[in-house]
Design a protein around this ligand. Structure first.
Ligand code: CP
Length: 319
């Protein structure tokens, strides 16, 4: 007999380090929780007491607009206290290590550290050294799990499902933590994912993650229900091997003309920051199919869900 009972939510996670480490049930639970928090953002009084008495510390070693502000707003909407540490004006400048900084934040009785770092694996290393919860807000080229979750949440809101969708991710796949988190999350939920980039920006072996690859943008767009457009990270082009910006836009840029043969209701996503005229035209970025700013708003609900999920895990498991 098939057991139709819903699987019990998994509240055991101490940290959120990447979507690779979550089950389909974990991701569904986070998306459902985000859905219930989403309407709070449209109320006139946008606050609930779920994290009252808790402290969230944002520790960002790399620049950020969306993620840092979104975590701060999410924590405040849940009534948590929020401290932002700008590493430029902290003791990091005096040579303090990430682990020592984390241990001191723990000693200051914070409950959750949200960390962004330019090194892949930095969030996982910190999580091994502190007993409080760690959220990866983007580590090097590895993962950006809350961006992946908010992209998936936005897509599900728009199209009603993830299973069976064709999603193309176009741009600098090689250096993209957003691409990796999207791939883990989307494939676990049953979407079919294609990555599209110049050959040099498709990492070898990425097919092992269950995705198709192509360097033909028209092929990537032809069956897509959604396209997630990534920023070209030209600052990483130390060897001068990337295509020039004009050449890239000509061959891979998402323009209204290029979208002509695509599905009329194709969903256009971008994690930001957007480089207009390089990976996407202004007409498309601001057009009717674009959900770029919806992604930003939904990101607050998703991050509220993540903070709530981790604080519930701490209570239930007496961490
Ligand atoms: N999408 C994203 O991570 O943007 P920020 O770098 O501004 O946080």
């Amino acid at each position: 007999m098939v057991n139709k009972a819903k699987k019990k939510p998994n509240w055991i996670h101490k940290d959120l380090l990447g979507l690779e480490y979550l089950s389909k049930e974990d991701i569904d639970l986070l998306l459902d929780t985000a859905d219930s928090f989403r309407e709070i953002l449209d109320r006139s009084i946008k606050k609930v007491p779920a994290l009252r008495g808790k402290t969230v510390v944002n520790l960002f070693y790399e620049p950020s607009t969306r993620t840092r502000v979104s975590f701060e707003i999410a924590a405040k909407r849940l009534s948590a206290d929020v401290i932002n540490i700008a590493t430029e004006t902290s003791s990091v400048k005096k040579g303090e290590t990430l682990n020592d900084t984390g241990k001191n934040i723990e000693a200051l009785k914070a409950d959750i550290i949200v960390v962004r770092h330019n090194c892949s694996g930095a969030a996982a290393m910190l999580a091994r050294h502190v007993n409080i919860s760690v959220v990866n807000a983007g580590d090097g080229w590895h993962e950006h799990p809350t961006q992946g979750l908010l992209d998936i949440f936005t897509l599900k809101k728009k199209l009603g499902r993830i299973e069976g969708l064709n999603v193309s991710i176009v741009g600098d796949i090689a250096h993209s933590r957003v691409a990796r988190s999207n791939i883990w999350g989307l494939t676990k939920l049953g979407a079919s994912v294609t990555v599209c980039a110049p050959d040099i920006l498709i990492p070898p072996g990425i097919e092992d993650m269950g995705v198709k690859t192509t360097d033909n943008i028209d092929e990537a767009l032809s069956k897509a229900d959604a396209v997630n457009v990534l920023r070209m990270q030209f600052e990483r082009d130390e060897k001068g091997a990337f295509p020039q910006q004009i050449e890239y836009f000509k061959k891979f840029g998402i323009t209204a003309e290029r979208l002509q043969p695509a599905k009329k209701d194709i969903v256009i996503m971008h994690p930001g920051p957007v480089n207009r005229g390089i990976e996407i035209s202004t007409e498309v970025a601001d057009g009717l199919n674009s959900v770029i700013l919806e992604q930003v708003t939904n990101g607050i609900a998703v991050r509220m869900a993540v903070l709530y999920w981790l604080s519930q895990a701490r209570e239930k498991n007496k961490l």
